[in-house]
Design a protein around this ligand. Structure first.
Ligand SMILES: *Cc1c(COP(=O)(O)O)cnc(C)c1O
Length: 383
């Protein structure tokens, strides 16, 4: 991949998007067009051969016996929690520092999210807080591999195994990430993935999947995605939802899956480039780190910044679209104002919401664009 930009402008004057899917498409357009033409000609556009192929290949990518294609990552969470037996009134221990869907999936089931705080360096579930959060009503632990960095799976799975509690992984941001040499999505009872277009592996619309080694769980999710029907127009066990994956999205994912290793490598190189260039600002910025033995896939490049809000305004003024994932943690969302978990004391979560900034990162970002981001940050702290 050519990583230098054709632009002759000074690096400091180019705008930088948070992500640019059109560049990705430019690199795979003929493959996508040929695939889609075949899908449309076949006349089979939902849950067909492309979905089967993708499920087989994605399971191999993650290293599980099964992958089940679904309509979104949110559905993956909802159906995984359903399949491990979470019922109304049960508790699921998760984090508030995540995309809203993680907590919403628990609430939609009528279960109660028990929110624990995060480790300050990895921004993932603090395993030290689990013992206190688990009660006899705890049905599952739901760690999130946020920003592409795995949660502390060896410890989380050990605690869950001792108490015979299911582990549902939210791997929506972490395709290909590893903890202790083992892929995310392979650690828990079930792994949940999103293929929303901007995720590390993305469709051109909504899509998701669960991964598992458990044959019965995989079968159950396959039923639940078609309303629970075990054969056409026949429903005998459980009422499900419509969460079918279509052939168009599966075909696109089959093309993109062949490129994910290269794209992950490019993300990791771009992250290294930022870290080398910004290392001199140690008093102003805390750069991302990986827990020992972990492989970070940099869905987002997240730093803690002194004077975060002013830095964000400064960068935005220069056309650099840095962002904050997420400005309001789940436990502070107004919709939960009367919920009993709203009062959770989560100081690291609140601190992250005040301090972090996500710098633009995607596989096709150019060095010139990164230099513009770096120059913008250095200029801000020099003044
Ligand atoms: C994107 C995302 C989801 C939801 O996935 P969708 O495909 O958008 O439904 C869940 N959890 C996390 C952490 C995410 O980033």
């Amino acid at each position: 991949m050519n990583r230098s930009s054709a632009s002759t402008e000074k690096p400091s004057s180019i705008g930088v998007p948070p992500v640019d899917l059109s560049r990705e498409y430019a690199s795979i357009a003929p493959e996508i067009r040929a695939k889609l033409d075949r899908v449309f000609r076949s006349g089979r556009v939902v849950l067909g051969e492309e979905v089967k192929e993708f499920e087989k290949r994605f399971a191999a990518f993650v290293g599980t016996r099964h992958a089940v294609g679904l309509a979104s990552g949110t559905d993956a969470l909802f159906l995984a929690l359903t399949a491990v037996g979470v019922k109304p009134g049960d508790e699921v221990v998760t984090v508030s520092w995540t995309f809203f869907a993680t907590v919403a999936a628990i609430v939609r089931l009528g279960a109660r999210p028990v929110l624990v705080d995060i480790e300050p360096r990895s921004f993932t579930m603090d395993a030290d807080l689990l013992e206190k959060a688990i009660t006899p009503r705890t049905r599952a632990l739901l760690p999130v591999h946020l920003y592409g960095h795995p949660a502390d799976m060896p410890r989380i799975c050990e605690i869950a195994a001792k108490r015979k509690i299911a582990v549902v992984e939210d791997a929506a941001q972490a395709h290909g990430a590893q903890a202790a040499g083992k892929n995310v999505g392979q650690w828990g009872t079930v792994g949940c993935f999103s293929f929303y277009p901007t995720k590390n592996l993305g469709a051109y619309g909504d899509a998701g999947a669960v991964t598992t080694d458990d044959d019965a769980l995989a079968d159950q999710v396959k039923l639940l995605r078609v309303h629970g029907g075990s054969r056409k127009y026949f429903y005998d066990k459980e009422v499900g939802i419509n969460s079918r994956l279509d052939e168009v999205q599966a075909a696109i994912l089959n093309v993109k899956l062949t490129h994910i290793s290269d794209w992950t490598k490019a993300r990791r190189e771009a992250a290294e480039y930022y870290s080398r260039a910004l290392g001199s600002l140690a008093e102003k910025l805390v750069l991302p780190v990986s827990r020992p033995g972990c492989r970070h896939v940099y869905h987002l490049y997240t730093v803690r910044a002194k004077d975060r809000d002013r830095l964000l305004t400064h960068l935005t003024g220069r056309g650099i679209q840095a962002d904050v994932h997420y400005p309001t943690p789940a436990h502070r969302q107004p919709v939960f104002r009367d919920a009993d978990f709203f009062t959770s004391h989560l100081p690291e979560t609140d601190r992250a919401a005040r301090e972090i900034i996500n710098l633009p990162i995607f596989p096709q970002i150019t060095r010139d664009e990164q230099d513009a981001v770096i120059a913008g940050i250095k200029e801000f702290y020099a003044s």
